[in-house]
Design a protein around this ligand. Structure first.
Ligand SMILES: [Zn+2]
Length: 272
């Protein structure tokens, strides 16, 4: 089926890749209630970026400014958080899948206020996806570990120490790690982000995971090194100079390349 021309134009306006934090307020929580957490969430995102840069020796693309979604049907969320969030993002116009081979270069970091102790990541096959953290992470990042722990079903092995600002920054970055198409958990080797996230920031990134993110297609989530950028030079005509009166320096006239340059220039304007 042919794609309507309008759709093609819209797609071409979308950024190549996106890491988008979203504050997802589930009724009876309000968006304004959620906004009170934004400074704490942004601090966590900043710390997270710094950690990734150290691990990858590359910067992640800048995270997009945080956006908000209001979820008026709390019961739907409890049933199947992943599908609900995916559906809501689609309804709200967030791109879910597009690009060559349907690789999704969009990763969403969803802070679900009202999401309880939930944390998980939806991926499309081996692709990027949606990372979701609930109240336990949000309150942990806001420096309220006791409140955060209250969202965890007991008995559990978790203590308040697992909900410190740092530990929950680790939990958030653990979900971001999954959203880069990595499903593996490794609790056996040296402490790394795929394993004991609560030890953050004293965590590494396994070399196999690092390679995975540095290689296509996941390198779309990295700031490209400047050297690989195509160099585009734009030569502007100098204002007030009549191109038909340009004088060529004598040295240049002796240059062997000058004959070719002259031929090119003659096409642009007559030389004296
Ligand atoms: Zn995990």
């Amino acid at each position: 089926m042919a794609i309507p021309a309008g759709a093609v134009r819209l797609m071409s306006l979308l950024p190549t890749s996106v890491i988008q934090p979203i504050l997802y307020s589930i009724a009876p929580h309000t968006v304004s209630e959620g906004l009170a957490f934004v400074p704490a969430l942004q601090d966590a995102l900043y710390r997270g970026r710094t950690w990734w840069k150290k691990q990858l020796s590359h910067d992640l693309i800048p995270f997009r400014p945080l956006t908000t979604i209001y979820e008026p049907w709390p019961k739907r969320f409890a049933l199947d958080a992943m599908d609900i969030v995916k559906q809501r993002l689609t309804e709200e116009g967030y791109p879910i899948q597009h690009g060559p081979g349907n690789f999704c270069p969009y990763t969403y970091l969803v802070f679900a206020l009202g999401g309880g102790g939930y944390a998980g990541t939806l991926r499309w096959g081996d692709e990027a996806g949606i990372a979701i953290v609930g109240d336990a992470c949000i309150y942990g990042l806001a420096g309220q570990p006791a409140k955060a722990l209250s969202f965890i079903k007991q008995p559990s092995n978790f203590t308040e120490a697992h909900f410190s600002v740092e530990a929950q920054t680790g939990a958030l970055m653990h979900e971001l790690y999954h959203s880069f198409g990595l499903a593996e958990h490794d609790f056996t080797g040296s402490p790394n982000i795929s394993g004991p996230w609560w030890a953050w920031p004293n965590l590494g990134l396994l070399s196999s995971h690092k390679e995975h993110i540095l290689k296509p297609p996941y390198d779309v989530f990295l700031v490209p090194p400047l050297i690989s950028q195509p160099k585009v030079e734009v030569i502007e005509p100098l204002e007030g100079i009549d191109p038909t009166r340009v004088t060529i320096p004598t040295g240049l006239l002796k240059d062997p390349a000058w004959t070719r340059i002259k031929a090119l220039l003659r096409k642009l304007w007559p030389l004296r």
